[in-house]
Design a protein around this ligand. Structure first.
Ligand SMILES: CC(C)(COP(=O)(O)OP(=O)(O)OC[C@H]1O[C@@H](n2cnc3c(N)ncnc32)[C@H](O)[C@@H]1OP(=O)(O)O)[C@@H](O)C(=O)NCCC(=O)NCCS
Length: 133
C-alpha cells in the first residue's frame, strides 16, 4: 500500500522506543471526480495501550495533515460509535455509498472543505491494493 498509493499519510504513535500505534490514509475516488479524497484505514493501537488516547491522537493528527494537504473529505469504514467524535457522519447523509456492501452507519465521511462535490450515484472506491487484502 505504501509503495502503490500516492499520496499517503502514514503516522505512528510511539511509547518510549516502541511503536504502539499506526494510522494510514490512502486516496479514494468518487466517480470521475478529481477532488483529493482520502480513506482512513487502517488505524490500530496495541491492545495493552488502548483507551489511553493514542487512537484519538493518531486520528486528530492525521486529519490535520489531511487538511494541510488540501484533502476535501475523508472516508472511514468503522465503528459507528467511535468516529462521530471526530466529526464523521454517515456518508449516506451526503448521498455517498461505498463500493463494499456494509451497513450504512459504518461508512462515514468527514468533509474538510465546503467544496465537496457529490456526483449523482456517488460511490467511493478504495485504492485497488485493498482488493488484495
Ligand atoms: C479503535 C482504536 C484504534 C482506538 O484507539 P484507542 O487508543 O484505544 O482509543 P482512544 O484511547 O483514543 O479512545 C478511547 C475511546 O474509544 C472508544 N472505543 C474504542 N474502540 C471502540 C470501538 N470499537 N467502538 C466504539 N468505541 C470504541 C472507547 O470506548 C473509549 O471511549 P471513551 O473515550 O468514551 O471512554 C483501538 O481500540 C484499536 O486499535 N482497536 C483494534 C483495531 C480497530 O478496531 N481499528 C479500527 C478499525 S475501524
Amino acid at each position: 500500500m505504501r509503495t502503490a498509493a500516492t499520496p499517503i499519510i502514514s503516522l505512528v504513535a510511539e511509547h518510549g522506543a516502541a511503536i504502539v500505534g499506526h494510522i494510514l490514509f490512502t486516496p479514494v475516488t468518487l466517480a470521475d471526480s478529481s477532488q483529493l479524497l482520502m480513506g482512513l484505514a487502517p488505524v490500530a493501537v496495541t491492545h495493552a495501550l488502548q483507551n489511553q488516547g493514542a487512537g484519538a491522537a493518531l486520528i486528530s493528527a492525521g486529519l490535520e495533515q489531511c487538511r494541510r494537504a488540501g484533502v476535501v473529505a475523508v472516508f472511514v469504514l468503522g465503528h459507528a460509535e467511535y468516529y462521530p467524535r471526530f466529526g464523521f457522519v454517515p456518508s449516506v447523509l451526503h448521498g455517498i455509498s461505498c463500493e463494499y456492501a456494509v451497513p450504512p452507519e459504518n461508512f462515514m465521511c468527514l468533509a474538510l472543505s465546503a467544496n465537496l462535490i457529490v456526483p449523482d450515484h456517488a460511490c467511493v472506491r478504495y485504492h485497488t491494493e485493498f482488493a488484495r487484502i
